[in-house]
Design a protein around this ligand. Structure first.
Ligand SMILES: NC(=O)c1ccc[n+]([C@@H]2O[C@H](COP(=O)([O-])OP(=O)(O)OC[C@H]3O[C@@H](n4cnc5c(N)ncnc54)[C@H](OP(=O)(O)O)[C@@H]3O)[C@@H](O)[C@H]2O)c1
Length: 224
């Protein structure tokens, strides 16, 4: 079944590859891009139905504007992929609250706001899904002191995923770790390609018999 899928931060990295793979499968992909021109340039180069739309996930006005556009053009949303994210270089012993708030704004409050605003459109789908890009750095066993704001944000995103899965029984809500992937965030030493990194997002968005309220890596369940 052809789906309408929104990927936040779709203009580069894992998000861009996710848009490519979904488009190759015949889905309609809305590529959220903070900078619309950059997104349009990337979307044009993809074979398939990819439409770039302006989206800053930290701006409620930007999210509401996109929701109105999608409502008018499609009347529903089948899958929301909360992919946009930022890294932090810090240590819990001296990270400022401002830095923690900055990272939480993009990695936690933004996906929460996205879901709250898009639920009415997801509810118009026959098979609505939400995929949250988390990280193994959010796992309980990985709460070390370095990159502390990022770790805490993904730990919290995992909690948010569980809460949303409980609150939205009609929507499949899952989180996933893409692996350590060669992107601007992952760096050039990362062992995985973007093709490998996008695989589990695409699978959670499109495969049959997906559960809800789980954390995945490489299409396998992963410990929280
Ligand atoms: N790479 C890894 O090894 C790895 C591992 C575990 C988890 N992850 C997670 O996977 C996701 C994608 O990571 P990546 O490696 O592809 O990162 P990336 O290469 O740094 O790309 C990040 C994307 O997020 C977008 N973004 C950031 N803030 C935004 C905002 N306020 N509004 C809209 N878009 C925003 C960026 O847009 P701009 O171009 O406008 O900045 C960019 O498109 C992230 O959630 C990350 O935490 C990655």
């Amino acid at each position: 079944m052809q789906k309408t899928i929104l990927v936040t931060g779709g203009n580069r990295g894992i998000g861009l590859e996710t848009c490519k793979q979904l488009a190759a499968m015949g889905h309609t992909v809305i590529m959220g891009s903070r900078n619309l021109e950059k997104g349009q340039e990337k979307a044009k180069a993809i074979d398939g139905n990819v439409i770039a739309k302006q989206l800053d996930v930290t701006s409620e006005a930007s999210i509401n504007a996109l929701k109105a556009e999608i409502q008018a053009e499609f009347g529903k949303l089948d899958v929301l992929i909360n992919n946009a994210g930022i890294m932090s270089e810090d240590n819990v012993s001296d990270v400022s609250i401002e830095e923690q708030k900055r990272v939480m704004e993009t990695n936690v409050w933004a996906p929460m706001r996205m879901v709250q605003i898009f639920v009415p459109l997801l509810n118009n789908s026959d098979d609505p899904r939400i995929v949250n890009l988390s990280s193994q750095m959010g796992q309980r066993m990985n709460q070390t002191a370095d990159h502390s704001a990022y770790r805490l944000s993904k730990f919290t995103l995992n909690g948010l995923t569980l809460q949303l899965a409980n609150a939205l029984p009609n929507i499949k809500v899952n989180a996933m770790h893409p692996g350590w992937v060669k992107t601007d965030m992952g760096g050039s030493s990362a062992p995985l390609s973007v093709e490998e990194g996008a695989d589990t997002s695409v699978w959670l968005a499109t495969a049959d018999n997906i559960p809800s309220g789980k954390l995945f890596c490489c299409r396998e369940l992963m410990e929280w």
